[in-house]
Write a protein that binds this ligand. Structure first.
Ligand SMILES: Nc1ncnc2c1ncn2[C@@H]1O[C@H](COP(=O)(O)OP(=O)(O)OP(=O)(O)O)[C@@H](O)[C@H]1O
Ligand SMILES: [Mg+2]
Length: 158
């Protein structure tokens, strides 16, 4: 389908934690098996906070630690399995191979912090969330294939 190559782009202000929670709820509602969500942004931009919001909205009640040292955390939710990655400490692309990113998408979804460490692996139809904190103002620039446009539109106008 030619439309699949089209992309959308939209910016969502994340003025407080409630805004990040609301964005997480939107992403969680639309998330399906095979989806990759790239959470890009500098240290402290809010990537783990958004990953937590997505997981909470999928029904995860346990604590969601940052995968800074484990590199990946695994969650089973009623809707689908989710692997939460933090690739900050990845130094060589071979290390990514060992993290089972391909398998992750076979039976679930993946939330990936520091996705730039694994660019070659990332599926082109990922939802890409570029988070930033500039002069105290947080926002997320969201882009992806057309099927994500509608759920993300609802967030932008909420
Ligand atoms: N929308 C928001 N409003 C206010 N504070 C926020 C918001 N999002 C995140 N924060 C706060 O910013 C801090 C850093 O957030 P977080 O750990 O999610 O960043 P990160 O991008 O995952 O950082 P790292 O690169 O170290 O993994 C936390 O204290 C978090 O509570
Ligand atoms: Mg983090």
């Amino acid at each position: 389908m030619p439309q699949e190559s089209q992309t959308f782009e939209r910016t969502v202000p994340l003025t407080d934690l409630a805004a990040t929670e609301a964005l997480g709820a939107r992403i969680a509602a639309a998330l399906s098996i095979g989806d990759a969500v790239a959470l890009e942004g500098d240290l402290g931009a809010g990537k783990t906070t958004l990953a937590r919001a997505i997981l909470h909205n999928l029904g995860v009640t346990e604590e969601v630690p940052s995968p800074t040292f484990t590199l990946v955390q695994y969650y089973e939710t009623p809707k689908l399995n989710v692997r939460h990655y933090d690739l900050y400490r990845i130094e060589k692309p071979e290390e990514v191979d060992e993290l089972g990113l391909d398998e992750a998408l076979d039976d679930g979804a993946a939330l990936i912090e520091w996705p730039e460490r694994a660019l070659a692996w990332l599926p082109p139809d990922r939802l890409h969330v570029a988070m930033s904190l500039t002069n105290g103002s947080r926002k997320a620039r969201i882009s992806g294939p057309p099927r994500w446009a509608k759920p993300m539109q609802a967030e932008a106008t909420a």
